[in-house]
Design a protein around this ligand. Structure first.
Ligand code: FDA
Length: 427
């Protein structure tokens, strides 16, 4: 039987709760205590907590501490931290996994180990290398990060008719080179162009700045005047309120909304890419053309640079560091099961179209945006070479080190799934 480990259940392709072989689920849903130590700026967080619960509990103790994890509050800590975990503080502080300073894991012998007893290489592997290949992570000790009492947010949306293409073209290497306190992502969707039912692509520049409106507006006027940012477009708020803002919740509403663990239920498929060289205008126009063929497409460009460029590719298994201008996430949403094939075919076609514009050899992908299209093995029984098909994309050269750790700590491949790290003990 396969052992499935589930914390928040947000795996994009359901590897924590689906398989075509018999399996049992170890569900950490109820293991979710969070202990915040303000004096030492650390927290112990159990894997079944959500990141919304983390933000809520940190904010309840301090207005000037935050944590650099994902945007959606219902995401579970177990999968998120063990796969990387990024959000709006990415350029200032890197990933959630970069802040982990201790952890407790149940290994294949049923022993509970901490950082010292699990050893450096296993501790390295679970911070971005997919915890589920190595054991059941029970809890994580993390460093919290300083945030100013007031941050500034804005969203400016431009359609193609309003010059979105030129702005996005400039944004590509600009956002990467901005001061690390400024994070501007771009979210693309399809909207009405006019009252006649014509459609257009809209690019929403969605941003947080760890500083005041005044400083932000002068920085933007110097570096990105084409966007035309003015003070009236900006709102100052606490960092925890910004977590509401990025989810479209009312920022003056109760923070308890971060504790709601209900996951939206809808059909979707996602994929990811990394961009190292700005995409030419003609390439961007090809994306717009494909988005306009679709009912509910969403594409998100998230800038890297800043702290992400300061961390070496092998510091953790997550290798997508310096030189990656931004990450792309493609998403297709749909309403009924009968539309599935059509939607999958659309997103795969878009992914094929993007090949010349994105990272190559390997074509990199983000583990937490799980995508079984890039390779999988039935029942997690891949060989080293089979596993490299997806492992090389998620982990680049760190794949070999992950195989080494796996072979040492779980030679019989007890912990496995369709994209797990193989053991080469019997090869
Ligand atoms: P789930 O429980 O499904 O686990 C995911 C994987 O981790 C599975 O392989 C599972 O076996 C393994 N695992 C889980 N708990 C484990 C444990 N305790 N020990 C060992 N292995 C364990 N990502 C991001 O970086 N930034 C973002 O802003 C978002 N936003 C976002 C929004 C929404 C709506 C979704 C659905 C997903 C995201 N993600 C994201 C992706 C998210 O980070 C990714 O899906 C995480 O793996 C989810 O972790 P869960 O614990 O919720 O998932």
């Amino acid at each position: 039987m396969q052992i499935k480990i589930r914390s928040g259940g947000h795996d994009y392709d359901g590897l924590s709760y689906l398989s075509d072989v018999p399996f049992v689920i170890i569900d950490l849903n109820n293991l979710r205590s969070i202990t915040v130590d303000v004096q030492n700026e650390t927290a112990w967080i159990q894997s079944g907590a959500t990141i919304g619960e983390v933000y809520y509990n940190v904010a309840a103790k301090s207005r000037t501490l935050g944590f650099p994890a994902g945007v959606c509050p219902t995401v579970g800590v177990g999968g998120h931290f063990s796969g990387g975990g990024y959000g709006t503080l990415l350029r200032s502080y890197g990933l959630a996994a970069d802040q982990v300073i201790d952890a407790r894991i149940v290994n294949v012998d049923g022993k509970v180990l901490d950082k010292d007893s699990m050893g450096e290489d296993l501790f390295w592997a679970i911070r971005g290398g997919s915890g589920a290949s190595f054991g059941v992570v029970l809890s994580w000790k993390v460093k919290l990060v300083p945030v100013p009492p007031t941050v500034t947010v804005f969203t400016i949306a431009k359609t193609l008719q309003q010059g979105a293409t030129e702005l996005v073209h400039k944004w590509q290497d600009l956002a990467y080179n901005l001061p690390k306190e400024l994070f501007i992502r771009v979210i693309f969707d399809v909207v009405n162009a006019n009252d006649n039912g014509d459609k257009t692509v809209q690019a929403a520049f969605n941003s947080i700045y760890l500083g005041s409106v005044e400083n932000l507006v002068s920085l933007m006027n110097a570096r990105f005047p084409e966007l035309g940012l003015e003070s009236k477009d900006c709102t100052e708020m606490s960092w925890v309120q910004s977590t509401l803002y990025f989810n479209g919740f009312p920022v003056n509403g109760p923070l308890e909304i971060l504790l709601d663990r209900t996951q939206a239920k809808r059909f979707y498929k996602a994929k990811s890419d990394y961009v190292k060289v700005p995409i030419p205008t003609v390439g961007l126009e090809g994306i717009w053309k494909r988005l306009l063929e679709e009912d509910q497409p969403v594409v998100i460009f998230s800038p890297y640079g800043g702290k992400m460029s300061e961390i070496s590719e092998s510091a953790t298994p997550f290798p997508h560091r310096e030189g990656n201008l931004y990450k792309i996430q493609y998403l297709a949403y749909w309403e009924g099961l009968e539309e599935t094939e059509k939607q999958l075919s659309w997103i795969r076609k878009l992914y094929r179209y993007m090949a010349p514009f994105v990272s190559k050899n390997p074509r990199q992908a983000y583990l937490n945006y799980r995508d079984v299209d890039i390779g999988q093995s039935k029942n997690g029984t891949a060989t080293y070479l089979q596993g490299k098909v997806w492992g090389g994309k998620y982990f680049k050269n760190n794949y070999d080190s992950l195989v080494h750790v796996k072979t040492k700590v779980d030679p019989e491949n007890f912990f496995r799934n369709e994209q797990s790290i193989p053991s080469v003990a019997n090869a």
